[in-house]
Write a new protein. Structure first.
Lengths: 333, 313
C-alpha cells in the first residue's frame, strides 16, 4: 500500500533543495571572483600549471607593493634556508653565510606591455648588517644611486636596495623606461609600507673618506681573505697615488680579542709563505707581512681589528693605515 | 558479549594480516643502479673550434662547419638529447640560462643532418615549467620540432660512478636518455659564486636529483664527477655574452660582458679551460678543471687540440 507523503516531509525536502540551490549559486558566482595571483591567469601560459614548491598560504603577499601598472602572474612564494638553493642555486651560500632568514618572491607582468615582466625578491636577512652585507657584496658599480633608501641603486633593468633587515631586488625581463618606472614604484611602495627600525651600521663611519672609492664599502660575513676566523670584516677600496688599496676593519667583543685576532692573522700569513717586514710605522703593534709580492698591514686599536690587504705599494699601504688609525681615534675607538 | 569478542578477534586478525613489518623501502633503493652510456665519438679525437662574432647563429654554424659540419657528429636516424641550462626562471637577456636561439639552431641542424628525434631537457628544481617557458627554451625547442621533456620524479634512477666519492647511489635524470644515441651539452659562460665558473661541466649538475644542494660544499669534486658521469658527443659553450659577476643568477645587464665567442668541442675540459679565459680567470682559479683533467675526462691544455679559430665578420 502506497504511503502518503506528509506535509512536514515536503517542507523539509523543499528546504534542503533550496539550501543546495543557494550553495550552488554562491559557488557559481564566487568562481568569477578569483585571485589571479593564485590561479595564475596571467600573461604566460606556462605559469598556469605551476605547482609551487612552497605553500602559497604561508607566503607574504607582494601584490600589496605592486603599482597599478603591474599584474601578478605567479603566486608569492617563500623559501627558507633549507630550500633557498632551489630558487637561486649556487648563489644561496652568499645569503646563508650572511644570516639569511627567508626569501619571498613573486612575478608581475606589465599591463601596458604584456611581453615585459619583472620578479621581486625580498630577502629577510635578520638585521640591517646582514642585508647590507649581501647588498654590498653584489654591488654593481656602473649603477645609478637612488635616494629610495640609504643603500639603493638601479641599473637599466634592475633595482636593488636595503630596507632595514630586508634586501630587495626587482629584476625586469627587458630594459625599458616603462619597466624602470614600475620597478621604482614597487620599491617606493615597499619602503613606505614596511616599517623597520632605523638601526645604524657604525663601522661605516670608521673609514676615512679621503681617497675612498664611493660606494665601495662591503661587509664580508665570513672567511674574509681566505682566513676562516675573519668574520664580520668591513672592506673599503681606496686609490692612493694611482694604487688600488683595500682597507679593512672589524669591531670585536673586546680589545684583547681584537689584538689576538690581529696576531693570529699575522701568523696565518706567515704560515702561508709570507715574510715579516720591519716597519717604521707609528702604530703600536702594527705588523707588516709581505706575501706573494703584496703587503698586508695589520693592527688593532681598542676593540677594532684593522689593516690594509693585498697592497702592491708599501708606502701607500702605510699611508692608508695611518689615515685609518686616525679616523678610528676620531670615531672614539 | 560473544558478538563483541568475535568482532575484536576479526579486527585483530585482519590487522595482523595487513601488518608490514619491513615498512616502505626508499624509492631509490628499489630502483636498479643505472649507468649512462658513453655518447662520445672516440674516433674523432679531441676537436675544438673557436669563433668570434656577435651573432650566435652565425657563430654556431661557422664553428660546426669548422669541425666538418653537424653531420660529423649526428647521423641519419640518430636520437639526440640536448642538455641545456634552464636552471632559473629568468629571461634570456640575463644570460643565466642557455640562449634559446642556440637551442633552436642546434635542434634544426640535427634534424637537417637526419636526426630522428631531438629531445631538450634539464632539471631545474623550482618550477621547471616556468623555467623552460620564461627562458624561451620551450618555445625555441618547439619551433625547431624538438621535444621538451620536463623532469618527473619517475625519470630519476640511482647511479654510482666507479671511484667517485659523491655520486654513489645518487638519483640522476635517467629516463630522457633512454634510446638516445647522441648527447650535446649547451651552456652559457657564467661566473659562479661557489665554483668560480659555470660552463659545460657544471651544466651537468642539472641532471642530479635529490637534495643536490649538499654538493655545493664540495663543488669542485662534484663537477669533476659530473664530467665523469656524462661523456657527450659534443659540447657548445656560448660565450657570446659572459656573466662576469654575480653568477650564477646575475640579474643586471651590468653583470654581462659582450665577449663574442662561440666554443664547440668534443672535449668538455678543454671547452671549460678556454671559457675560463673569457671570465678573465686561469685554470688554477677553477680547481674543477684540473680535477676533471686528472680524472681523464679531457685536457685543460686546449691549445693541444689545435683549435680552429674563425671570425664571422
Amino acid at each position: 500500500m502506497a504511503r502518503t507523503v506528509q506535509k512536514t516531509e515536503t517542507y523539509v525536502g523543499s528546504t534542503i533543495l533550496l539550501v543546495l540551490v543557494v550553495i550552488a549559486s554562491v559557488i557559481f558566482l564566487e568562481q568569477f571572483d578569483y585571485n589571479s595571483a593564485i590561479l595564475q591567469r596571467g600573461a604566460f601560459q606556462a605559469e598556469r600549471s605551476i605547482q609551487p614548491s612552497s605553500p602559497i598560504t604561508s607566503s607574504p603577499n607582494l601584490i600589496q607593493y605592486a603599482p597599478d601598472g603591474l599584474n601578478p602572474i605567479s603566486p608569492a612564494e617563500t623559501f627558507g634556508p633549507e630550500d633557498l638553493s632551489d630558487k637561486i642555486n649556487g648563489k644561496a651560500e652568499l645569503y646563508l653565510s650572511a644570516g639569511f632568514v627567508s626569501l619571498s618572491t613573486q612575478r608581475f607582468a606589465a599591463k601596458e606591455d604584456p611581453e615585459a615582466w619583472l620578479e621581486a625578491f625580498v630577502y629577510h636577512m635578520g638585521s640591517i648588517r646582514n642585508s647590507f652585507s649581501v647588498y654590498s657584496l653584489q654591488r654593481r658599480f656602473e649603477a645609478e644611486n637612488l635616494a629610495l633608501s640609504e643603500f639603493a641603486y638601479q641599473t637599466e633593468n634592475a633595482l636593488y636596495f636595503v630596507h632595514g633587515p630586508y634586501y630587495v631586488e626587482v629584476i625586469s625581463s627587458v630594459a625599458r623606461e616603462g619597466m624602470v618606472a614600475l620597478m621604482l614604484s614597487f620599491g617606493k611602495n615597499y619602503v613606505s609600507k614596511t616599517p623597520v627600525s632605523h638601526a645604524r651600521i657604525h663601522e661605516l663611519g670608521f673609514f676615512p673618506s679621503k681617497y675612498l672609492s664611493k660606494g665601495s664599502i662591503s661587509l664580508v660575513p665570513a672567511d674574509a681573505f681566505g682566513f676562516e676566523r675573519f668574520d664580520s670584516i668591513f672592506t673599503a677600496q681606496y686609490n692612493i697615488a694611482d694604487t688600488e688599496l683595500t682597507a679593512f676593519l672589524s669591531k670585536r667583543q673586546s680589545q684583547s680579542e681584537a689584538a689576538e685576532l690581529a696576531a693570529t692573522y699575522g701568523s696565518f700569513l706567515l704560515a702561508q709563505g709570507g715574510t715579516e717586514v720591519k716597519s717604521s710605522l707609528d702604530i703600536p703593534g702594527a705588523r707588516l707581512v709581505q706575501i706573494m709580492d703584496t703587503f698586508e698591514l695589520i693592527f688593532s686599536q681598542a676593540n677594532v681589528l684593522a689593516g690594509v690587504h693585498g697592497a702592491e705599494n708599501r708606502k701607500a699601504a702605510e699611508e692608508l693605515a695611518l689615515m685609518l688609525r686616525e679616523k678610528l681615534g676620531e670615531a672614539g675607538q | 558479549m560473544l558478538k563483541g569478542t568475535v568482532s575484536i578477534a576479526a579486527a585483530s586478525a585482519l590487522s595482523y594480516l595487513l601488518y608490514d613489518g619491513t615498512g616502505p623501502g626508499r624509492a631509490s633503493e628499489e630502483k636498479k643502479l643505472v649507468t649512462l652510456p658513453d655518447f662520445s665519438l672516440p674516433e674523432l679525437g679531441g676537436k675544438m673550434s673557436l669563433v668570434t662574432g656577435a651573432d650566435r647563429k652565425k657563430s654556431l654554424n661557422l664553428a660546426l662547419k669548422a669541425l666538418g659540419g653537424i653531420e660529423t657528429f649526428i647521423s641519419k636516424g640518430d636520437r639526440v638529447l640536448l642538455k641545456v641550462n634552464a636552471a632559473f626562471a629568468s629571461p634570456p637577456i640575463l644570460s643565466a640560462t642557455t640562449n634559446p636561439e642556440v637551442v633552436t639552431e642546434v635542434a634544426r641542424l640535427c634534424f637537417k643532418a637526419g636526426a630522428a628525434s631531438v629531445v631538450v631537457t634539464d632539471n631545474p628544481i623550482n618550477h621547471p615549467e616556468s623555467c623552460f617557458f620564461l627562458t624561451g627554451i620551450e618555445a625555441a625547442a618547439r619551433s625547431a620540432g624538438a621535444t621538451l621533456l620536463l623532469p618527473n620524479e619517475s625519470f630519476f634512477h640511482p647511479t654510482t660512478i666507479p671511484d667517485a666519492t659523491l655520486i654513489r647511489s645518487w638519483p640522476i635524470l635517467w629516463d630522457p636518455f633512454q634510446g638516445i644515441d647522441k648527447v650535446i651539452g649547451i651552456a652559457p659562460v657564467k661566473d659562479h659564486h661557489r665554483s668560480g665558473a659555470s660552463m659545460v661541466m657544471k651544466n651537468w649538475y642539472g641532471l642530479l636529483g635529490g637534495r643536490r644542494n649538499i654538493f655545493h660544499q664540495d663543488i669542485h669534486t662534484i663537477i669533476k664527477e659530473l664530467a665523469m658521469l656524462v661523456r657527450p658527443t659534443l659540447v657548445i659553450l656560448d660565450g657570446t655574452q659572459t656573466m662576469m659577476t654575480n653568477g650564477p643568477t646575475g640579474g643586471s645587464l651590468t653583470d654581462l660582458k659582450q665577449t663574442n665567442t662561440m666554443i664547440v668541442s668534443t672535449d668538455q675540459v678543454a671547452a671549460d679551460a678556454f671559457g675560463a679565459t673569457l671570465l678573465g680567470r686561469n685554470t688554477a682559479e677553477l680547481p674543477f678543471i684540473a680535477k676533471a683533467e686528472a680524472a681523464g675526462v679531457g685536457t685543460a691544455d686546449y691549445e693541444a687540440l689545435q683549435p680552429i679559430r674563425l671570425n664571422t665578420a
